[in-house]
Design a protein around this ligand. Sequence first.
Ligand code: GDP
Length: 524
Amino acid sequence: MPDALAEAVSRRRTFAIISHPDAGKTTLTEKLLLFGGAIQLAGAVKAKKDHAQTRSDWMTIERERGISVVTSVMTFEYGDHVFNLLDTPGHEDFSDDTYRTLTAVDAAVMVIDAAKGIEPRTLKLFEVCRLRDIPILTFVNKMDRESRDPFEILDEVEEKLALDTAPVTWPIGRARTFCGTYHLADNAVRGTDADETVTKVNGPEADAVAGLLPESDREAFIEEAALAMEACRPFDPAAFREGSLTPVYFGSALRNYGVRDLIHALGLHAPAPRAQVADTRTVEATDAKMTAFVFKIQANMDPNHRDRMAFARVCSGKLTRGMKARLARTGKPMALSAPQFFFASQRQVVDTAYPGDVVGIPNHGTLRIGDTLTEGEALVFQGVPNFAPEILRRVRLQDAMKAKKLKEALQQMAEEGVVQLFLPEDGSPAIVGVVGALQLDVLKERLKVEYGLPVDFEPARFSVCRWITAEDGEEIERFMNAHRGDVARDLDGDPVFLASDGFSLNYEMERWRAVAMTAVKEYH
Ligand code: GDP
């Protein structure tokens, strides 16, 4: 095992931030980048956010792809560590994109608004992390405002998420008097000076801690911090790593309190790039040969050239400019001649990516979501999910002469992951499926602008879609023959059953017990 590789792996921390809109994800991201020295990017996050408020603005901003390509991956250094922060779309209509991005991280930061507690989208994203055993650090934000009692917030996390909590820091003061954080286990206080020096003290009653508060608030704070130390669970790194306990940090992203506690914690406790499961073996990050998988595809900046950027997470070895890779799905070689590296330290140009890093690989449609790249080994990473669409539509062309062009365009959009495409076995027109309605708007807009194809959507007679598999291949044949008008194939040629509603789905499931009907498919 080459030492340089092991060292690079041990320094990497790849994570995402999950939260409900407005909890403070953008503000926290900016502060993390600011502290990590990537100041120019901090502005870009803001620009994206300001525009992303309305539907029409969102379309415009997506057309100006420069910003979103950059902000898909944000890399910064802090202390001894290299952090890769993977951005997830804010709007829940793009949740499948978010889920796939979460397959490429080793840890997540859950941001909670201190006044609101656990909100619906936090809960949903948390559940995805739990499915994948992704360890979670919790940041309770907006402590500078009127908020709930910290003990109450801890209780809510434990109850709603069935997750143990361990408060690592405690807020000094509340709302207007909030002025920093007290480290419960270390008995230390983080200063608000430029270096934010950490001072060890004898306890919360020390002058350097309680002395920060107006006299009237001191007693209450001392009692509360003592209670937290006595009654709350201590931080247990092993339980955190297996996903059953979350360390909790209080702060205010807006006022810079608690943010450094969080970066330190990510460096100290979040796992270095984890081993990844492939079909033939488990791949350790320190394995010498390069492996990577694609978790996201984004159309590139210039709509006249259908270039795409595939975002690949390196899982083992080193990915270097110009290296030859093997694309597992086709078995064909692929030269990585112009990979885009997002880690640009001030002193040097970088042309190597290590496990945990993400590279952008420009291509003309060769790469798809879920693809595996290796140095020659035939292995395929498991676990990038495809979710059954919740909205199914037929695409109606305004100009019927362009049917062939539409077919190509839909195929390309499906390869990019914008929509899912299903071709009915009875030869009737293609059906597109999406998880959120906004994805249909994006499809319509892009077909018009990029392909010159104005389209409308018509309701399909189906509202539910399930992948069908069976141990006995002939059973699938029999099922498909019996349902000619209600079966289709997806982009990979895998069969799906299209049902008019949940009732008829259940009915068929009862009748065809040897056929498994699933709402999630893993790319292969
Ligand atoms: P996002 O939707 O999760 O990305 O949230 P933003 O970062 O855009 O924050 C939503 C709003 O909350 C903005 O107006 C922020 O300025 C504000 N905000 C974020 N963090 C804090 C904080 O720590 N304290 C206060 N008072 N406001 C905050």
